[in-house]
Design a binder for this molecule. Structure first.
Ligand code: SF4
Length: 505
């Protein structure tokens, strides 16, 4: 869809307009010039008057309708604030008006309003920490972003739950969590853009990668020990951390206990055993030996044709079998992931997956909504992967909500992604008391998370100012193997600046 926007248009508005248009149409182009226009085009006239009150008027006309869709928004603003802050207010008012005209024209109601960020609950935490009441925060989210009551209530439930599970959530800035990325998988799934390299025949590369990872663990661990910094949680992701051998896992966890301070007291250690085809009794023995608290075994779907279509070369039976195996070997905190809207799947298929889940009752269940990441095989070959409509995706999400509530699961974290089917969300549910602390910490950005290994993104949060600095390790094992020392050094420098500030004399 092409949309021409004329009137008082600042170049900086191009991106927010584009993001909002993408909520309604596939592959939108926002045009700001009236030259060489295509025939099929929506025309939007924008008028902004910005003083102590920001007044935005918008009118949309379409070739397939005689009607003019209009919106008028007024927002009080402080003209003495910085230019950047003031422009943010203008951007919000324009986004508000744009959402309204597009909702009128398409008849689609966006449940998340014009909020395009990925962490809605962080916004709610921020409002509550500023001292306003829950009711006020609710009203503000509704007014400021046009989020529906239903989605705000979901955010409220989640925030409440997070503060119950981690009562000191707002005071963990002097501790850190650790993310360890293992970039290998048995095969690559069609929707995946994670650093995940098919492991078959890459034994040499795996060995060098693990050498680099052991080095990183040792150096970072030493820094934490030297500076008395506690670790809150540790998370092994990837890729699939159980795609390496049982012996390699054993050595890795031994290194973890040796290098990191107080591993016995870390609140939670998770290992994603995402692909059931990587789980063996020997690997489960190793996980148990090193007191790994939580694992993930991810079915994504219980429909065999779907698994085949998305490139997951394991069977549904294998998922169930490996779940029972893990249980029988004492793993008593298992997460499972399901994805809404996988190719060829609708309400019936999703219900089937929920019925199968009922027989297993994992401690936590994460419901993802399919997202179209630009680099994935699926997005690049969209015609080969037919997916559910927006309405059907919404129905499936509702089904997930009702099913989890009926089975005593509570929602405890939430995030959104760009180009997510139906502009929905991903929600983590857990039986009470079995929520993942790491998932809460990473979503709410309350402390530094140090990323080690391939593709691991570190997020450094200044314990005093809350300022965030990101730093990513190389995504492919080859570059990682060549440069891990340099990357470790850079992380140590950032940690030094953040955690070893000189006390004033
Ligand atoms: S198992 Fe996970 S990380 Fe590996 S290819 Fe599939 S989606 Fe990507």
């Amino acid at each position: 869809m092409n949309i021409l926007v004329t009137g008082t248009v600042d170049e900086r508005l191009h991106r927010p307009l584009q993001l909002i248009a993408n909520l309604f149409f596939e592959e939108t182009d926002i045009l700001l010039e009236e030259e060489n226009l295509p025939d099929e085009i929506l025309k939007v006239k924008l008028d902004i008057q910005a003083n102590s009150v920001i007044k935005v008027k918008m009118a949309l006309s379409a070739p397939d309708s005689a009607k003019i869709y209009q919106s008028s928004v007024e927002k009080a603003a402080d003209p003495t604030q910085t230019e950047k802050e003031y422009f943010k207010q203008v951007k919000k008012a324009v986004s508000h008006a744009f959402l309204e005209v597009l909702q009128q024209y398409t008849g689609i109601r966006q449940q998340w309003g014009f909020l395009t960020g990925i962490r809605p609950t962080k916004l709610l935490h921020k409002k509550l920490r500023s001292g306003i009441s829950k009711e006020e925060a609710h009203e503000q989210l509704k007014k400021e972003y046009l989020i529906t009551d239903e989605k705000i209530q979901l955010m409220e439930k989640i925030v409440d739950r997070q503060l119950t599970i981690v009562p000191d959530l707002y005071h963990l800035q002097n501790e850190v969590s650790i993310y360890i990325g293992i970039p290998f998988c048995p095969t690559k799934c069609a929707y995946c853009t994670f650093p995940a390299f098919a492991i078959q025949g890459k034994q040499g590369r795996v060995a060098s990668f693990l050498g680099g990872l052991h080095y990183e663990m040792e150096k970072i661990g030493q820094f934490l020990k030297d500076n008395g910094i506690k670790i809150t949680t540790i998370y092994y992701g990837g890729g699939t951390p159980t795609s390496i051998t049982a012996e390699e896992m054993d050595l890795l966890y031994e290194q973890m206990y040796r290098s990191f301070p107080g591993v016995e007291n870390v609140r939670e250690i998770t290992v994603e055993a995402g692909r059931p085809d990587t789980i063996t009794p020997e690997k489960l023995e190793v996980l148990k030996k090193w007191n790994i608290d939580r694992i993930s075994i991810n079915p994504q779907s219980y429909i065999q044709e779907t698994l085949k279509a998305i490139g997951r070369h394991h069977t549904v039976e294998e998922t169930i079998e490996k779940f029972h195996l893990a249980r029988s070997m004492g793993m008593n905190n298992i997460n499972m992931d399901l994805i809404i809207g996988l190719p060829g799947e609708g309400v019936r298929e999703f219900q089937y997956s929920l019925d199968k889940t009922e027989k297993l009752m994992p401690e936590s269940l994460t419901i993802h909504t399919l997202s179209f990441k630009r680099a994935s095989v699926m997005t690049q070959n969209k015609d080969k992967y037919p997916v559910a409509s927006r309405e059907e995706a919404e129905e499936m999400m509702k089904l997930a909500q009702d099913w989890t509530a009926a089975h005593n699961y509570v929602p405890y974290y939430l995030y959104r992604q760009k180009n997510i089917l139906g502009n929905l969300e991903n929600v983590g549910y857990a039986l009470p008391g079995r929520e993942s602390i790491y998932n809460i910490l990473i979503m709410e950005e309350v402390q530094t998370i140090i990323g080690l290994g391939c593709g691991a993104a570190s997020k450094f949060i200044d314990p005093e100012t809350g300022k965030i600095e990101r730093f990513a390790n190389p995504k492919d094992p080859k570059s990682y193997n060549e440069r891990y020392e340099e990357y470790t050094e850079k992380k140590l420098q950032i940690l030094q600046q953040l955690f070893c500030k000189k006390q004033p004399a």
